[in-house]
Design a protein around this ligand. Structure first.
Ligand code: CO
Length: 201
């Protein structure tokens, strides 16, 4: 346990700091959560949802996986979407990718000897196949990776839109928007990919 001593002491300092400013903060937050946002992002340690959008605990419901992929048969992601939409009734679902995504980079390297991850990367390779002419026409490897990062976000937004939970919400008049954004590791800024939708097209 001594390996984690640093983390426990950081945690105590953080909790004490929060309570100093607002003594009832944790008690209040423990009674309910009512986030407005569901964040679907990459597991990359450099893209922490709450910090990037500067929101405190309780404000954003989060799902993260390698390369922010929404797969139609991924019960984990679909359950998160279902709970966020049907129970928490979030107003917004944000799919957030990031430039220089290692998962997207790996997907462009068409190997099949890396183990389980190669199966997961197939989803991104499907996106690449659909946009191959556009991506291949770009000059540098970095440009190719970054464009595929954007295209991947747009594809995952489309997958969220088609999730039965989301379609059901729209069919019953629930207010819900789906957005695609991308984060720059080099400048810390989010860019809107302007693919937002608020209903069945
Ligand atoms: Co990534």
């Amino acid at each position: 346990m001594s390996d984690l001593d640093d983390l426990f002491s950081k945690n105590r300092a953080w909790a004490n700091g929060v309570r100093t400013v607002d003594p009832d903060y944790f008690l209040r937050l423990s009674k309910q959560q009512a986030p407005k946002y569901l964040w679907i992002g990459c597991s990359d340690s450099r893209v922490p949802a709450n910090q990037i959008i500067d929101l405190p605990p309780g404000e954003v419901f989060v799902h993260r996986n390698i390369a922010n992929v929404v797969v139609h048969t991924d019960l984990n992601c679909l359950s998160v979407i279902h709970y966020a939409v049907a129970v928490l009734q979030v107003d917004h679902i944000i799919v957030c990718g990031h430039y220089g995504c290692g998962g997207v980079m790996a997907a462009l390297d068409d190997r099949f000897d890396r183990g389980l991850i190669d199966n997961w990367l197939r989803h991104i390779q499907d996106v690449y196949r659909q946009h191959r002419d556009e991506v291949d026409a770009l000059d540098t490897d970095q440009d190719k990776v970054n464009r595929l990062c954007e295209l991947n976000v747009m594809a995952q937004v489309a997958n969220v839109r088609k999730a039965p939970t989301v379609r059901r919400a729209w069919a019953t008049g629930q207010s819900l928007s789906v957005h695609g954004v991308i984060y720059g590791l080099e400048d810390g800024l989010l860019k809107n990919l302007d693919v937002s939708v608020s209903g069945e097209a």
